[in-house]
Design a protein around this ligand. Structure first.
Ligand code: SAM
Length: 228
C-alpha cells in the first residue's frame, strides 16, 4: 500500500475536466442531501472529506444551512478555488492535514466518491472517527468498488486520467474497516432516482444501460455512527 500523496495540484490531470466535475455532480449531491435524515443543521458543524472545488458544501448550505463547515482535499489548486468561491459562507476549505487540528469538532461528515481513492482505509476511518463528536455521523458514498461491474474498466480509466491511484476494495472491505474503527455501520443503495445526466458518449458509460446501472445500483451509501 502506498501512502496518499501529501498534496497534488488537481485531481483530474485535465483542468477542464476538473472544473466540470462539480456541475456534473450537482444533481447527484442533491439526491445525497435528500437521503440524509438530519434535517435541521443550523447548529451543526459539518465536514466534507475530499471536497475538490467545494460545491457540495455550498449546495448543502443553500438547502440546509449549517453553522460552520470545513472542506478538505489533497488537491491544492482545487482547494484554493473552493476558498475563492465561498463568498460570505461560513465555510473553510483546507488541505487534509488541517483536519488534525479539529478533533471531536464535527457533528456530520460527508464524502462523495472519495473513499475508493484513500490508500489506507483503516487510517481514514480512524481519522474521521477522531474528527467527529460523540454521536456524530459520517455519510460516505461510493460506486467505485469491486462489486461494480464497470470497475475493471474504470480503475484503468481513472488511473490514466487523474493524479491519484485507485484502490480495489469491496463494499465488505469498507464495512469492516469502519466497523473496526468503532462505527456502527449502516449501508444502503444510493439509488439515484433523478434523471441521470447525459452529455454524450463517455468512456465511463459506453451505453445508457451502464449509466443507469451505476447511478441506481452500483453507487452505495454508508451511514457510520460514532455512538455518543
Ligand atoms: C471523484 S473526486 C470527488 C470530489 C467531490 N467529492 C465531488 O463529489 O465532486 C475525488 C476527490 O477526492 C480527493 N482525494 C483523493 N484522495 C484523497 C485523500 N487521500 N484525501 C483527501 N482527498 C482525496 C481528490 O483530490 C478529489 O478532489
Amino acid at each position: 500500500m502506498t501512502a496518499a500523496p501529501a498534496t497534488i495540484a488537481t485531481w483530474h490531470k485535465d483542468r477542464v475536466r476538473e472544473n466540470a466535475m462539480g456541475p456534473a455532480h450537482a444533481p447527484i449531491w442533491r439526491h445525497f442531501i435528500d437521503l440524509v435524515p438530519e434535517g435541521d443543521l443550523s447548529a451543526k458543524t459539518v465536514l466534507d472529506f475530499g471536497c475538490n472545488q467545494g460545491g457540495f458544501l455550498r449546495m448543502l448550505h443553500a438547502v440546509r444551512p449549517f453553522r460552520r463547515g470545513l472542506g478538505v482535499d489533497i488537491a491544492a489548486d482545487s482547494v484554493a478555488r473552493a476558498q475563492a468561491m465561498k463568498g460570505d459562507l461560513p465555510i473553510d476549505y483546507a488541505p487534509v492535514a488541517a483536519l488534525d487540528a479539529h478533533a471531536g469538532r464535527f457533528d456530520i461528515a460527508f464524502s462523495h466518491e472519495v473513499i475508493y481513492l484513500v490508500p489506507d482505509i483503516a487510517a481514514h476511518a480512524q481519522q474521521v472517527w477522531a474528527a467527529l463528536r460523540p454521536g456524530g455521523v459520517y455519510y460516505a458514498v461510493t460506486g467505485c468498488h469491486t462489486g461494480n461491474k464497470l470497475w475493471p474498466r474504470w480503475r484503468t480509466l481513472i488511473a490514466e486520467t487523474t493524479n491519484v491511484a485507485t484502490q480495489d476494495r469491496s463494499l465488505d472491505d469498507y464495512g469492516e474497516a469502519f466497523r473496526a474503527a468503532g462505527f456502527e455501520v449502516g449501508v444502503k443503495r444510493f439509488g439515484f432516482s433523478g434523471f441521470a445526466p447525459y452529455g454524450g458518449y463517455s468512456d465511463y458509460y459506453p451505453t445508457l444501460e451502464e449509466r443507469i446501472y451505476y447511478y441506481s445500483e452500483a453507487k452505495t451509501l454508508f451511514r457510520l455512527v460514532k455512538e455518543g
